[in-house]
Design a protein around this ligand. Sequence first.
Ligand SMILES: Cc1cc2nc3c(=O)[nH]c(=O)nc-3n(C[C@H](O)[C@H](O)[C@H](O)COP(=O)(O)OP(=O)(O)OC[C@H]3O[C@@H](n4cnc5c(N)ncnc54)[C@H](O)[C@@H]3O)c2cc1C
Ligand code: SF4
Length: 393
Amino acid sequence: MTTSPRKSALYLTRVQLDAELHRCLNCRNSPCMTACPVNCNPQEFIQAALAGRWSDAVKAITRTNPMGQTCGLICPDKFCMQACTRHHVDFAINIPRVQATILDRYREADPCASPVPSSRRIAIIGGGPAGIAAASRLSRHGIRVTLYEARSFLGGALTMIPQERLPRDVIQKDWAFIPHRDLIDLKLQSPVEDPVALCSVYDGVIVATGEPHDIALGIPGESLSISYREYLQEPEKYRTSGAVAVIGGGNVAADCALTARRMGASDVEMFIRRRISDMRISRPEFLALLHEDISLCGMSSPEAISAHGELLGLHVRRNQCVDGQWVPLPNSVIEIPYFSRIIRAIGSRADAKADPVPDNLIYAGDCKTGGSTIVEAIASGLAAADHFLDILS
Ligand SMILES: Cc1cc2nc3c(=O)[nH]c(=O)nc-3n(C[C@H](O)[C@H](O)[C@H](O)COP(=O)(O)OP(=O)(O)OC[C@H]3O[C@@H](n4cnc5c(N)ncnc54)[C@H](O)[C@@H]3O)c2cc1C
Ligand code: SF4
């Protein structure tokens, strides 16, 4: 079991919340809203909260974001926070944490009026943020939805995020607060083999299956390593007190490295193809890697993996940048022979798309756009729902 996070580490205290709310400049042109992929209006919920109108604050969040609490805990700082005017005064308001804290503390069931039920039915394949968002918006408009999820729980890729950053019950809580869930027929453990076959049964089909396939390294000995998916789904199973290598330099690789460290690995080394400054991670994630003493080995790529009894050897070559291209540095391969685990975290890919795509089938979330963020997946799911609301009304 991974340790439960301290609640105070995830949410703002009353004093911190009050301080953040009072820092809002109530900007005339709402740059924070413009920057949000789901068009959530932080200015509106902050001003409502400042006036003590907590239920209005909650409504302002949940009106546009059906996974507002989850989003508030993990949304990167490149959207509303980057646009926040306060940034130019001292530092941006921690809008995502304000949002998560308001929902955690003040959310109550919303007694919103029942929509007029429609005879239209939409199938959604995939119970990650894109599928949940699409289901939420359609059911709000009275459309009956069947939500097919391959696994026995909702959340998709979010369920691989370490509990220290995102406790699982937060995803469940967002789901539980979705209004008119009686219009959503949730079918867990129901993988859909052929989405196109559903097109003749439903008025519309939204495919939101994420990127369920790992990208392979394509090197000798690869089968001796494990994928980030195997690792993050069951970190306990792969627990080791030995040394761990993580191949990759994105936020998923960072989660693997931090998890390995928290699970007791003696040394954790990340191997990154490009420069350390090219890593696609947020500043807090980078600081967490430094804080946990994770070794960052930039400009290095794996060439092979070999077994040495109980240990694994990682053969690594150095890279160099020539004319803007990353190419191998000749004669630079060395073997690092002491790893107990080697984790691959270099990305994933979606299922092949239907060809041709039927008129009443659309894609949403990461399977449409490639690996993104929770808020972009939610925006994509909402847009898919709006597409059907437009053509079915
Ligand atoms: C380790 C990790 C850390 C991350 N950290 C962050 C972060 O800090 N901040 C952030 O914004 N984003 C983060 N992300 C990215 C974020 O989780 C994704 O962008 C988002 O979950 C994509 O949503 P989605 O609904 O498109 O797909 P997914 O979340 O992948 O959901 C797809 C769902 O479809 C189901 N499915 C697949 N095939 C079928 C089928 N044939 N039939 C039925 N169901 C099917 C899957 O089981 C899954 O539940 C992280 C991702 C990972 C893996
Ligand atoms: S940009 Fe920042 S300071 Fe301005 S209204 Fe939005 S949250 Fe407040």
